[in-house]
Design a binder for this molecule. Structure first.
Ligand SMILES: O=C(O)CCC(=O)C(=O)O
Length: 315
């Protein structure tokens, strides 16, 4: 099937419209799928404007929500790959969009009715200098003590090509295990993880998109993006959905997470100590999914590990 056909396998025109059976079976067999026009043009413009302003103002930097995804954070030095977690904490209108409603409907179709948004991520690859994102599986960033079902919806906020850093996937890799990862160059202060396991990188499939199109990928699907060698900024807004993870202590180990400590985590810790934890509780409580025992135990274990664990870093 041609990429163009794949891109157009779904064209969500209303909040209720879910992805086509073809797009769903493509997602299940490949571990990713491209969806056309999930976000209307006026919302693309609003989301892009909102995120660019937050990057310009370094919103959330002191709280550890904004950081350089590729390098150490340094006072006064512009980030090489600006990254912002949960931008809707600062701009709640981001979750009041048709895009958010449609993405939630897609996640519910693929993961089940219990699926809910677990986090957001904005990633800005500056023109000509934006570095690559190493090959990885998202699950490698999560606690090894849970079983997950999770997917990410990656929204292009301008056209993206292989040159500007579109997503690239290894088809079918979602059925394999979590492969071995490491911090780039062994530097555990850096945010990315890179997969050093055995897989054929030459099989990468780049997925160029138009503004408003998305890719959806499973948390185990191997993916990466190349450097931005184009003359345009590449901005992506990513929504991450899951169903309540199942606690399985001792299930497996992810040695690459042990001892990771990023500059943004250190800032967050200071902010929490200075009373930021109350702001965090106030932001998160209204959104907490406390509708079932499984969500409750996930919320409790997550809060506990965020407060007391030193070994994990955000993606
Ligand atoms: O946009 C990128 O460069 C990488 C995004 C990514 O890895 C993800 O959404 O899981």
């Amino acid at each position: 099937m041609s990429l163009t056909a794949l891109l157009r396998t779904s064209s969500a025109r209303s909040d209720e419209m879910l992805i086509s059976p073809l797009a769903e079976s493509t997602y299940r067999s490949q571990g990713y799928v491209a969806l056309g026009s999930l976000c209307p043009p006026d919302e693309v413009a609003m989301i892009r404007r909102t995120l660019l302003k937050m990057f310009e103002q370094r919103t959330g930097y002191d709280e550890g929500a904004q950081y350089d995804f590729a390098q150490r954070d340094e006072e006064g030095k512009p980030a090489s790959f600006p990254s912002l977690h949960d931008p809707s904490h600062y701009a709640p209108e981001l979750t009041q969009t048709q895009f958010f409603a449609r993405a939630t409907a897609v996640a519910r179709q693929l993961l089940g009715e219990d699926a809910a948004c677990y986090g957001e991520h904005a990633l800005l690859k500056p023109a000509r200098v934006g570095p690559p994102t190493p090959w990885h599986q998202d699950e490698a960033f999560r606690s090894p003590d849970f079983e997950y079902r999770e997917l990410s919806i990656w929204l292009a906020l301008q056209p993206v090509t292989e040159e500007s850093g579109c997503m690239q996937f290894i088809s079918g890799s979602q059925v394999g295990p979590v492969l071995e990862h490491q911090s780039p160059g062994g530097d555990k202060t850096l945010h990315p993880l890179e997969c050093i396991g055995d897989f054929d990188r030459s099989q990468a499939i780049p997925v160029p998109l138009q503004a408003g199109d998305c890719t959806v990928h499973d948390m185990r699907t191997l993916h990466h993006t190349g450097p931005n060698t184009s003359d345009s900024t590449r901005l992506a807004y990513i929504l991450i959905f899951n169903v309540p993870p199942v606690y399985k202590p001792g299930l497996r180990t992810f040695p690459w997470l042990i001892g990771r400590r990023t500059d943004s985590q250190n800032r967050k810790k200071v902010w929490h100590r200075q009373g930021g934890w109350m702001v965090e509780v106030k932001r998160r409580l209204p959104r907490a999914r406390l509708t079932s025992g499984r969500w409750l135990s996930w919320a409790f274990i997550r809060a506990w590990s965020k407060l007391f664990s030193r070994g994990r870093a955000q993606q």
